[in-house]
Design a protein. Structure first.
Ligand SMILES: Nc1ncnc2c1ncn2[C@@H]1O[C@H](COP(=O)(O)OP(=O)(O)O)[C@@H](O)[C@H]1O
Ligand SMILES: Nc1ncnc2c1ncn2[C@@H]1O[C@H](COP(=O)(O)OP(=O)(O)O)[C@@H](O)[C@H]1O
Ligand SMILES: Nc1ncnc2c1ncn2[C@@H]1O[C@H](COP(=O)(O)OP(=O)(O)O)[C@@H](O)[C@H]1O
Lengths: 440, 112, 440, 440, 112, 112
């Protein structure tokens, strides 16, 4: 059977824990497990890489795409969300996602690990790394996921609702779905394959993004008077950091420094490269001018799409993933903007939502050894696995849509989401944060 | 005294300055502007959508000169900034009522 | 007893060495120690992370805060100081800090390890990592500490004195204090707790900064005609890099890839997040507009403050550290600027000095298991530990003030520190370096 | 005998493989080799560091040096080359470089490992790390080397030939030379010392750069109407990232987390620092104004020069390397620009070519224990080693010149290399990519 | 010929340009300026200290037109740039003595 | 009405604005320009090659004032912007034919 990455590790760990012991006795209760320093070293490194994806990677990627008068507000969104998510993760969200939920465990973890109760420096879990290291690694995922959604609402949402929505979303959307898939919940039980977050990260964020964008309304002048990104270089810097950091995201999800991590890195990298070249080629053919914004958008599409599959497919699978991702997300961007006319401003749904879901569904084929994959889950056939993946997708999408809808409505009842027309004209940097991006 | 104002293509700036030096101009002031006219801006593409940029970067030159020199200055600019393609720009001449050199307080032509 | 991090490791190693052997026979003389590859891998990584904090992290953090006409000079200061400190570290400073000082060893290491004499690729020290790796890791601390001080004197100090002061300061302030605390000196002997540099890094730099700022005088127009930071985005990029790099700084200081490193990372991260949110909240309440510069300044405060405690306190301690750091440093910034009227331009003292000292003193409480800490040093009580921490603080502050004062006076006698008024008006980029920051 | 780094490891591995087994049986056939997780963790990390050197490091370093109207085109070159090289590396180039070439093995590897055929997650090679990890690490070298050449032709070459030339160059210049030196080819057989790529990376790129620059012709207005770099800060950010990433490049080339990696890091760092200070001092003496662009150019010179020697020399060697690199490359920049009058616009030859070759030749002296080195290859004397190094240099230079010349001529016959005069005036950002760098 | 110079709020630029097109203006030149007047700049905060920014970003439009058109141009700008709030800006009209199209050498109204 | 245009050293801007306030000026417009004249730009160095930068950053001030005030405005600028060193800049005065406040439609001196 293929090595199943984080999902499997956690299910095993969670199961053992449920049966055997109170949390604070955990380290002793798993006598076979001894610390693997090498794996720990790699996961510590991967944690730094994934934090780097949000701060400053994603912030710059998004910041360069907006107009100069809103650049700081976007950086601020990413930064403040990172801080807020970190505190919430420590307080309760980690426990909800990875704790023991008792009778509710199929749906949600309990509060037993709130504030890391019972987790000492000697606690090991998920195989052979310290649980505190695993906690940190997972925290960086909980940071980037709500931050991805920032791309849906820049240039017009006020700052207070940004924080309220993000915080609630982390607790009510991210934590449960994370538990279902990686925390030993019902999707894990069905054998869903999601190596590094196609459902947990990209589908949740992408789907919620389009819901928020729809409810919030478009920016002034959308879609005819769009302005080009104020700083494509800033966007490229962010994109490059995302690429590098994604090594930690995907190869780190192997939770081990071995050939599996290496292969995850290879397919991640390959998909990014192939998707970039695909997007570039489409633009070249269509407009005669392949753009920098285009190639890096393709890169993100390639990375988001391979994420759920990165521990399961082989190099050829990585190539196919990249080509499909580049083409599908290219098409989705136009579709959302011009057919649905939704101002999901930085294309979070088209890139992360579409990419993540595509990656989840395709994995049932490309994980199969016949297509160069490393193998499906035990006792699975392509068809059966596809069914499981589909169930996971539908459930994740439905939950994300409904809960995000409720959150947005509730927050809007307390604080109006939308900046005034004048604040929007002046730019959020000045109106919300009292600063200007460029004082040259 | 006259103020000759020229809107020209940026890459012609150095040539024009040299030509003005040749006719005796010793100082001038330059600023970056964006022009709208017959010449259309380039097309930019952003994630699959193409859109036209209406404005073209231009350079604006302001040269204050003695009345006697004004015509030669206009001529020098016209001849050097010319590429024969649309968007080469315009020259406008204004009357200056009064000029002062801040450092010395000199006025009129002495101020230049 | 709690695992004591670098300080303890080094004391042990230094002690053994002093008793047993000439330096070049070291590897053989510690037969029990064998290379731990995992720990080595993590410290190599941490070394890269800490270098990244200075280049480009800190340089950008500071560069964005000054006016556009001085941005290159600030980048240049950080870069050139990094180069100079590296060469000096190799030449003598490492030996002064971590070498054997013989009869003077309480005060200063000797010159026995100048130019790494006797340290081969096979030498192990400080537990189970190669000494050359330890040397490199420590070098990155010796790079960032004098670079922190750059924030005290930008926009007006000439370049030659920047180099002279920084070089002398490394040898005369940093190296001795580092020896006292981490190199087996007298403070180590007393059992002072300073996991990753509250005294060695932040207190020395912060205190010296305000001395230099005072002696140098204020920028033209201070404090009424201050200009806002020319590029808050640049500052945010730098801040984000500092955060990521700080994982190496603090969790790397565990010198091991284990649960201790993981916990150090958690409390570091938590303090940063909590301090950021605290600073943001204060600004929000006071001005109605939480700023990007504000939130990232809070972040640095949180990180500087937790640094000495990062190996000793638990997650709740990290939260408290962050809240205290955010509030205290916020207050200190105004106090220095408006009450003391000292133009410590980028608030090095208010953030690093105050934060570092606070962190050192608070550790005596928060390291205690009763407050969720991992334990005090052997045979210590909270009160006794506080006494030791206080002695360490007073000694470090006093030494930093006196020696920095002498260095500044001496250098000023040779080369005038201050740029001419015209150079200051034109900006140091052009007047000192013949370049301009922005040629758009 | 000194530990010989990647070259030796690969030769050994390649030799064993040639004798014993078909590639897909490799893992089993080397029973003694077991996975070393610690080394794997470090090489995974180093891989991320080296990718970071190109994206965004090198891209920014180069992007800041051109005029504002061409900045995006330079970033695009680096990004697209990275993607293209990645796909080619997977498809055939890795196999050409590191595969078994059978009877041609002295010259080129075969196609046996095309698309990683036969390489699973369990395959080990080159000592004790998984081959897929080794493949990824090497890929990042194959990405940066053609990207280095971008500096020869910015601001005037069209985008299609950039891709064509880069792709062909990777296959026809990089892959063979890489095989000769690191893949068990004829230079490896002679005992050439090239730890991390003096010949393979810097000499090939530097020499090819000047050939392309010569054939392409100069930018309009070269050399009299040169414009200063449009963003020295951007260049400095890139430079700093290069420095940090170079830790992975050189210390990662030890393929192990041990004292050798540590020493490689030390000499790398030392050479960078010394070369920076040397360049700065020369400018200071000559112009009275040491510049930021100057100091970071010195840094790159120091890093390129130490690269081939980084596993072989000691700290003092690192210092000497740095000083020589700073002075020699400073001189070379002027020589190429003003005497040869070749518009190798960002000085690729003067810095990388001259630096890499210098480093290769000097290693025969400085690897010797008498000069503080870690030892020459077995049975070598300084003189004999120098001969070998010279042969390697001449062969690499000759091959690079001839093959690059042919590639350029061939591509130019299909697609004219040069942008029209008007496109050059407007800037390549608009004319080739339909974007502008700065929309403030 | 007249030169109509208008200092307006940046976000009104597109509306004004459209309106000018409607009255027959085919070219104009735009630059970024900072205005000081009744309208105060926003307040910025920096590490706990608040300070006022005196200048407000504005856009300056320069349109050379035939004497006959000048009044309609002024009117068009006034009507479209107006928001009724302070800071809407000013229009100034100057006399142009001479105008040249660089590309063709045409002068006077033909140059526009 | 007159338009007083001054090209001054950037660091003098605040002093000049204060001085203008003292003589009764309530609004003005500022833009960044590059000047070429007697004052030479600083020398920049790029990888071992030194080259002169011909242009010096300056600030351009435009103040529309009632005829009666014009001379006092010129004087105020001259006195405050003066450092006695070359490059202090120039003042030019133009006649304004017509002025409109966009917000209210007021014209002439009322528009200021
Ligand atoms: N009526 C006008 N008033 C002010 N500036 C104008 C006017 N018409 C054109 N310009 C300026 O002159 C530039 C060149 O004009 P354009 O119509 O493109 O070509 P041409 O100069 O060949 O007639 C424009 O970009 C604009 O800056
Ligand atoms: N006397 C003046 N001379 C030149 N420009 C002026 C003058 N007064 C105002 N302005 C410009 O007009 C803009 C708007 O003026 P302001 O006094 O703020 O409001 P309003 O236009 O409603 O009177 C200013 O920002 C400035 O650019
Ligand atoms: N003839 C001119 N026309 C327009 N602007 C000029 C002219 N001469 C000088 N200037 C402007 O005035 C500035 C100062 O002029 P300069 O000759 O350097 O010194 P000074 O003002 O002391 O005579 C120049 O930088 C330029 O912007």
């Amino acid at each position: 059977m293929v090595q199943m990455g984080r999902g499997a590790c956690l299910r095993a760990a969670a199961g053992a824990m449920a049966l055997l012991l109170p949390a604070d006795a955990m380290a002793q209760a798993a006598p076979a497990a001894t610390l693997n320093g090498a794996n720990t070293a790699w996961v510590l490194t991967a944690t730094a890489l994934v934090l780097f994806m949000t701060l400053p990677g994603l912030a710059l990627f998004y910041g360069g795409l907006v107009r100069a008068k809103n650049v700081l507000s976007v950086l601020m969104h990413c930064f403040a969300i990172a801080c807020l998510a970190s505190v919430l993760w420590l307080a309760v969200a980690y426990s909800l996602a990875f704790g023991q939920g008792g009778s509710m465990n199929a749906w949600i973890g309990g509060l037993g690990k709130a504030f890391l109760a019972g987790v000492g420096t000697a606690s090991l879990t998920t195989g052979d790394i310290p649980e505190d290291v695993f906690f940190m690694f997972q925290m960086t995922f909980a940071i980037i996921t709500p931050a991805l959604i920032v791309g849906a609402y820049p240039e017009r949402m006020r700052f207070a609702p940004v924080l309220l929505i993000s915080g609630l979303w982390l607790l009510l959307v991210y934590a449960p779905v994370c538990h279902w898939v990686w925390g030993g919940g019902w999707l894990a039980g069905m054998g869903v394959l999601d190596f590094a977050g196609g459902l947990v990260v990209h589908a949740t964020a992408g789907v919620s993004a389009i819901v928020i964008a729809k409810l919030l309304g478009s920016r002034q002048g959308f879609p005819n008077e769009l302005r080009p990104p104020h700083s494509p270089s800033m966007t490229m810097i962010g994109a490059a950091m995302l690429w590098v950091g994604w090594y930690g995201f995907n190869a780190g999800s192997a939770l081990a420094a071995n050939g599996n991590a290496g292969m995850a890195m290879i397919v991640t990298h390959t998909s990014a490269a192939a998707a970039s070249l695909t997007w570039m080629t489409i633009e070249w053919i269509k407009f005669g001018k392949p753009s920098l914004i285009g190639i890096v958008t393709g890169m993100v599409a390639g990375l988001a799409t391979i994420t759920p599959a990165s521990g399961f497919v082989g190099p050829a699978g990585g190539l196919v993933y990249g080509v499909v991702a580049g083409a599908a997300c290219y098409w989705a961007v136009s579709y959302v903007k011009h057919s649905l006319k939704i101002d999901d401003s930085l294309d979070v749904f088209a890139v992360h939502g579409v990419g993540g879901i595509l990656g989840i569904l395709m994995v049932s084929a490309f994980a199969d050894p016949s297509l160069g994959g490393l193998g499906l889950a035990k006792d699975m056939t392509m068809g059966k696995q596809f069914g499981v993946q589909l169930v996971g997708t539908v459930a994740t999408v439905a939950w994300s849509v409904v809960v995000t809808f409720i959150i947005v409505k509730a927050v809007n009842a307390v604080v109006p989401l939308r900046a005034t027309g004048e604040a929007e004209t002046d730019g959020l940097d000045l109106s919300e944060h009292g600063e200007r991006g460029y004082n040259y | 005294m006259k103020l000759v104002v020229a809107i020209i293509k940026p890459f012609k700036l150095e040539d024009v300055r040299t030509a003005l030096g040749a006719v005796g101009v010793e100082g001038l002031t330059v600023s970056e502007v964006k022009g709208y006219g017959r010449q259309k801006g380039q097309t930019e593409v952003y994630r699959g959508a193409e859109y036209a940029v209406s404005y073209v970067p231009k350079v604006k030159l302001e040269v204050a000169v003695d009345d006697a020199l004004a015509d030669r200055v206009v001529e020098a600019i016209r001849d050097t900034a010319n590429t024969g393609r649309i968007g080469d720009g315009k020259i406008f001449v204004f009357d200056v009522e009064h000029a002062v050199r801040i450092r010395t307080g000199e006025t009129g032509t002495d101020a230049l």
